[in-house]
Design a protein around this ligand. Structure first.
Ligand code: BTN
Length: 333
């Protein structure tokens, strides 16, 4: 989408359900009536329902929140992310699966795969990721970092910082990070990250970072089992968000974090991560594959390892697991 057409669409969205005259558009965007008409025609062809009436002007009838490569790229200021291509699919099993296939076939760093809906959206630990159409963001990014496989978790932590920052700035409310990479708002999950890595001879061949953000989905649309534990940007803020603009902002923040991590290491990113989490000093239970620990979170080191002191005073270094905050009164004795 050209920048002018994109600006026109944003303005119509800001004035949703109100008439905007040709003269107002022409003054604001500095374009002729004929140019306006051409842009309106092409927006309509892309599926946007815009009414036109003599003496009144134009009005966006219904929000068809499409994600298009042009919509994401319109104001994208990145050098890597999205530059080799943004592939937008109407439907796919999982964008991570597609991105991994493409990476195996040689897709360049920064390739982004997005889907309007996923039929087998995947979460961490074999869970499914609720992926309705027309509502949320499901995107996977191919990276080819010069990192040892053991450093790959740093990419996930960096992504969590970029996601929480983007969601907080867009909604005006604080998104928090729950170790290792859940993004919460008001204690409920608003976004998640699934990182998958392919290695060759102990070096990283590629990393696929899959991000899912609950953007415009309403509580009633969620399956019963997640209604009380999940939320969305729309639920939290009472307004809807243009998914392509949000993805654009996320890619920019993601690229800034990635560059910092690759060139300077994890220290600054991890400092931001610690400022965005609310588990430090908290009493938690950590469920791992075949055991669990209860104790106070002492810290998270620069490799993302959780340091927990249990009730006997013994310190544990935990590499992965599910954290549940406990109330201080759950302490035995
Ligand atoms: C989690 O369990 O918190 C991780 C959720 C990750 C979901 C995203 S949506 C885009 C990408 N494709 C997938 O199948 N999963 C990730």
């Amino acid at each position: 989408m050209t920048t002018t057409k994109h600006q026109l669409l944003s303005w119509l969205k800001d004035n949703r359900h109100r008439w905007v005259s040709g003269e107002q558009i022409s003054n604001r965007l500095g374009i002729s009536r004929t140019a306006i008409w051409k842009h309106i025609k092409s927006l309509k062809q892309a599926g946007h329902r815009i009414e036109a009436a003599t003496k009144k002007g134009y009005r966006l009838q219904e929000a068809v929140d499409l994600i298009t490569p042009e919509g994401v790229q319109a104001s994208l200021q990145t050098r890597i992310m999205g530059r080799p291509g943004i592939i937008v699919l109407d439907e796919t099993d999982s964008t991570n699966v597609k991105a991994k296939e493409m990476a195996h076939q040689g897709a360049q760093e920064g390739t982004v795969v997005v889907a309007d809906t996923q039929t087998r959206g995947r979460g961490r630990r074999g869970r499914t990721w609720f992926s309705p159409s027309g509502r949320n963001i499901y995107a996977s990014i191919v990276l080819r970092p010069s990192l040892a496989p053991s450093q790959a978790p740093q990419i996930t932590l960096m992504t969590a910082v970029a996601m929480a920052g983007t969601i907080s700035a867009s909604t005006g409310s604080d998104a928090k990070i729950k170790w290792p990479n859940d993004i919460l708002m008001g204690g409920k999950k608003i976004a998640g990250i699934l990182t998958e890595i392919s290695t060759e001879m102990d070096v990283v061949d590629f990393v696929v970072v899959g991000v899912g953000i609950n953007v415009n989905v309403e509580k009633e649309e969620m399956p019963d089992e997640i209604q009380e534990i999940a939320t969305s940007m729309a639920v939290e803020s009472g307004r809807s968000f243009a998914r392509d603009e949000l993805l654009c902002r996320l890619l920019q923040n993601f690229e800034a974090g990635y560059k910092e991590l690759i060139t300077r290491g994890p220290a600054a990113i991890m400092q931001q991560w610690r400022e965005m989490t609310d588990i430090l000093g908290q009493r938690v239970r950590v469920d791992m594959v075949n055991r669990k620990h209860v104790g106070i979170v002492q810290g998270v080191d620069d490799d993302g390892v959780l340091i927990l002191k249990d009730d006997k005073g013994e310190a544990h270094r935990i590499f992965s697991g599910d954290v549940t905050k406990l109330r201080a009164s759950n302490r035995p004795g």
